[in-house]
Design a protein around this ligand. Structure first.
Ligand code: DGT
Ligand code: CA
Ligand code: CA
Ligand code: ZN
Length: 573
């Protein structure tokens, strides 16, 4: 989850796609796997390389000598020649085109060779003019599907997944904080509101030496391009692709500037209306009564002047937070340190990278008191999903480990049981009944009609052994839209059956989304915030799940894994 790692991972992923275009067997998966492992690393590959050289790279799971050499080349020269060569031969925007659901490397290859399609614009043109339907093996139906995919890819385009950018943002923030004459540094905008995706990064600095800060900012090592270099405002594009706006403000207007640049725009506009109604004027320089500045230094003071409680940034979307703050009824949001357990974890019994024991130790280091091991089930053959026999073996292993840990952390027996097409489950009830935590999830047939998909999931939820609906809508940010499902109906079923809805904390999932979390809160449906960890680094993602829960107005009361183990277990069916 590191920006430099992510760039390298993307290039490796693209190499894999180019090889898949050439119908080369096996190798594409190797590159794909190495890329995923690099994306999941906790450490920066450049740091790893500096300390241990190419040996450190070869130790990354799935990275062999040849890929390690390519990473080394990138770290030394800033590019991978092999990648550049492939790209020159077939200059297509793989990142962009791959975001179109259902468009695999071989179709991309054919569209390029037959129709000259290089990017999303070309693809849309080809589809709209009926050229794709005319290609052999494609028809009207696939053309329509592609158009649907394009429209989704476009609507999500140009935004960055918060959790992928955050490590880089924090490094820059910390570095700015350490330079001389800097009194305060705060990241504002959608990053501060913890939106699941962000368009750019807005940073505020309080300093009396603004020119100095600007000079430093535009020459940071991460900068790819200076877009503007002014005396109080500068903008740069980073190598990772995201833009940063930096503004220097004075201490006396810090609070109102922070409030303004935190947004959202809709929240700002609504707050301004409140000011006007009182005969005041609010802007980024302060809150003014005539010429007199009546607030400006802190946000707390600003909201207080309006007779409001302080509004957490995650709530500032103008969806009722201002009125609720005025009547002092804002919920006490779940805190970033409030989780006691994690109810979805994969291990090396299936597609996770580490053993149950290793994952439990990492969870413990993250301050968790209990975890549920929820490996995939047999239908997901590519993950080596568990059948009846292996899950019984796993349960025995968990008993053994619980004894070994002696209670410092409790490992619960669980499953991420696959929901089959008809809503039945991949493991028999007598096995499910033995488990502490049964999660169910959809991993196939994403294209069912809304009615059928809702019915399928409903059937799984009414099973008395099923405790949690994992990643309830199946979306992957910037890559895959949610499957068509009646979320209100699922929430009703959850309420009736006592099924827990999951907030999957992986940055690309954050499923449930904020709006749906709020519906659950309003309906009194309980939720769990899970890391869905497949590797130790994923425990760090819990933060984004909590952020999402806060954006959905959730309190500790709504999130069962913020509760002690015994109380949590009682809430399960
Ligand atoms: P993003 O970057 O698209 O993820 O979303 P934001 O919210 O970070 O938006 P951005 O970067 O365009 O602007 C940062 C903040 O500045 C925004 O949250 C509110 C404030 N702002 C920007 N433009 C306007 C405006 O036209 N009116 C008002 N009232 N505030 C604005
Ligand atoms: Ca922004
Ligand atoms: Ca901005
Ligand atoms: Zn999974």
């Amino acid at each position: 989850m590191n920006a430099l790692n992510h760039i390298v991972a993307q290039q490796l992923r693209d190499i894999g796609k180019y090889l898949a275009m050439q119908k080369i067997a096996f190798k594409p998966r190797v590159y794909e796997k190495a890329a995923a492992a690099i994306d999941d690393l906790e450490k920066n590959i450049s740091d790893m390389y500096t300390i241990d050289g190419i040996k450190a790279l070869e130790k990354i799971p799935g990275v062999g000598v040849s890929i390690a050499e390519k990473i080394e080349e990138f770290l030394k020269t800033g590019h991978i020649a092999y990648y550049e060569e492939l790209r020159k031969k077939e200059p297509v925007d793989l990142g962009e085109l791959s975001r179109v659901e259902g468009l695999g490397p071989q179709s991309i290859d054919r569209f390029y060779k037959k129709l000259g399609v290089r990017n999303l614009v070309d693809l849309e043109k080809a589809a709209r003019t009926g050229k794709i339907a005319k290609l052999e093996g494609f028809g009207k139906k696939s053309e329509e599907k592609i158009l649907k995919g394009i429209s989704f890819a476009k609507s999500s385009g140009g935004r960055f997944v918060l959790g992928f950018m955050m490590p880089e943002i924090r490094i820059i923030e910390d570095r700015l904080r350490k330079i001389n004459h800097v009194e305060k540094v705060t990241v504002a905008g959608s990053v501060r509101r913890k939106k699941e995706t962000v368009g750019d990064v807005d940073i505020l600095v309080v300093s009396k030496k603004s020119a100095l800060i600007m000079d430093y900012f535009v020459t940071m090592p991460e900068v790819a391009l200076v877009i503007a270099h002014g005396s109080t405002k500068s903008s740069v594009k980073l190598k990772s692709g995201i833009n940063i706006d930096l503004r220097v403000v004075s201490m006396e207007s810090y609070g109102t500037a922070l409030n303004y640049f935190t947004g959202s725009k809709e929240h700002n506009i609504a707050l301004r209306v409140f000011a006007m109604q009182k005969g005041w004027k609010l802007n980024e320089y302060g809150l003014f009564k005539g010429k007199e500045r009546i607030a400006g230094i802190t946000e707390e003071e600003l909201y207080k002047k309006f007779g409001m409680d302080y509004i957490e940034p995650e709530l500032r979307e103008n969806t009722g937070e201002l009125e609720t703050a005025l009547s002092h009824k804002l919920p006490k949001l779940i805190g970033y340190k409030d989780l006691q357990g994690d109810l979805q974890i994969q291990t090396d019994w299936t597609d996770g990278s580490d053993s149950i024991e290793a994952m439990a130790k990492i969870a413990l280091a993250h301050g968790l008191k209990y975890i549920a091991v929820t490996d995939h089930t047999k239908r997901l053959a590519m993950t080596n999903g568990l059948d009846e026999k292996r899950i019984l073996q796993q349960m025995a292993e968990i008993d053994r480990l619980n004894k070994q840990f002696g209670g410092v952390i409790k490992i619960l027996k669980g499953s991420e049981c696959d929901v089959l097409k008809d809503g039945s489950l991949d493991l028999p009830d007598n096995i499910l009944a033995k488990l502490d935590v049964v999660g169910v999830a959809i991993h196939s047939f994403f294209n069912l009609s809304k009615k059928d998909q809702t019915e399928r999931i409903r059937r799984a939820m009414i099973n008395p052994n099923v405790d949690i609906l994992f990643h309830p809508t199946g979306r992957i940010l910037n890559r895959r839209a949610a499957y068509d499902v009646d979320i209100d109906e699922l929430i009703t079923v959850a309420k009736k059956t006592g099924t827990i809805m999951e907030i999957d904390a992986l940055p690309e999932r954050l499923d449930l989304k904020d709006e749906y979390i709020r519906k659950c809160v309003d309906a009194g449906v309980k939720m769990a915030i899970d890391s869905d960890a497949h590797t130790p680094a994923h425990f760090d993602c819990l933060e984004y799940g909590i952020a999402q829960a806060r954006r959905g107005w959730a309190t500790k009361k709504d999130i069962i894994n913020a509760w002690p183990l015994e109380k949590m277990m009682k809430e399960l069916k």
